[in-house]
Design a protein around this ligand. Sequence first.
Ligand SMILES: Cc1cc2nc3c(=O)[nH]c(=O)nc-3n(C[C@H](O)[C@H](O)[C@H](O)COP(=O)(O)OP(=O)(O)OC[C@H]3O[C@@H](n4cnc5c(N)ncnc54)[C@H](O)[C@@H]3O)c2cc1C
Length: 372
Amino acid sequence: MRRFDAVVVGGGLVGAAIAWGMQRRGARVALLDEGDLAYRASRGNFGLVWVQSKGLGAPHYQRWTRASAAEWPALNEELGRLSGRDCGLSQPGGVHLCLSEREFEDRAARMARMKEEAGNHGYEYRMLRRGELDGMLPGLGPDVVGASWTPYDGHANSLNLLHALHIAFEGAGGAYVPGAKLLDAACAPRDFRLRTTAGDVAAPRAVLAAGLGNRELAPLFGLDAPVRPQKGQVLVTERARHALDLPTTSVRQTPEGTLLLGDSQEEAGFDLSQAADVMAMIADRAVRSFPWIAGLNIVRAWSALRVMAPDGLPIYDESERYPGAFTANCHSGVTLAGAHAHLLAPMLLGQGLDPMLAGFSARRFAADRRAA
Ligand SMILES: Cc1cc2nc3c(=O)[nH]c(=O)nc-3n(C[C@H](O)[C@H](O)[C@H](O)COP(=O)(O)OP(=O)(O)OC[C@H]3O[C@@H](n4cnc5c(N)ncnc54)[C@H](O)[C@@H]3O)c2cc1C
């Protein structure tokens, strides 16, 4: 039995960021990953480091997201230096385009409410009318009436991020174990023995970051992770000359020139099939936003499954029955990578979850479950 200070289950963006965050603080960490047959949101996302629409009615989520976006530059620099991979972070601010007056009014109301809920923490945003937007984003279509803007938003190369986290983790002595599906666990407070398809490991801390796999694994550790799949489809165009300095919620241009067009939100269970009508809807909104996109070929398209809690917020918990066992789940693992590596990992190694994360416990769903 191999022994570690902590074992992290799941080598996607959430698990890799947490494992790296613990390893860089000197812990001996094992990172177990099931492998290519598992659902992997981390390989099919849109790559936004996005703040502006996060946490309406849940200011603690807005604060956590902001904190993560603020950690990203240090994470980007550190991972670039240690791994030789450029995570491609760009945080010039971002816009959400509105394609009708109705959308503009709804968005303005939403942003005003977010600012009000932010209280003394503050929330900087502006609603921009068309004239002002034209100076920021060239080639907008006639349907665009305006947009919301915040300075916090950005985007990154999320595949490079995943790769860089793994390289940095292993470079610092972390034990990455691919093909290690967690099958069973013998749990006692601060004493976990995990049986996997690649052998057994033991540690006083176990962190479940297995994405959609957490739902099944969490009860083994006295935890609850009621996450469900939510499908998203993404289209990628051929390379175009650089045109977009700012990412938008549904169109962003990579440094290489490709445009990513996204992304649907479909409740289809574990069905990963792509659908022409959904792709047409995504393309239609992109072309209404920027008509010149119609002249570009689509060179790639994919679908992937988000890891979604019932209320769309992350779930972070420590087991009451088996202290030392944690779960981490979210549908914004790119955005939250900074917080997971720099803020959450030290908590898991230290005194446990900070009270500021109490609102993310799965206990918030208990009343709904009793009622159901
Ligand atoms: C279409 C789409 C667009 C998105 N856009 C964005 C975006 O713009 N910005 C953003 O911040 N986020 C975005 N996301 C969300 C982001 O990709 C996810 O939040 C993130 O990837 C979740 O990472 P994860 O590590 O929790 O899960 P996953 O990537 O699914 O990884 C889970 C890992 O756990 C492993 N595993 C599962 N079961 C077991 C087991 N029993 N034993 C061992 N290992 C196991 C699997 O092998 C897998 O590697 C998007 C997601 C989708 C689908």
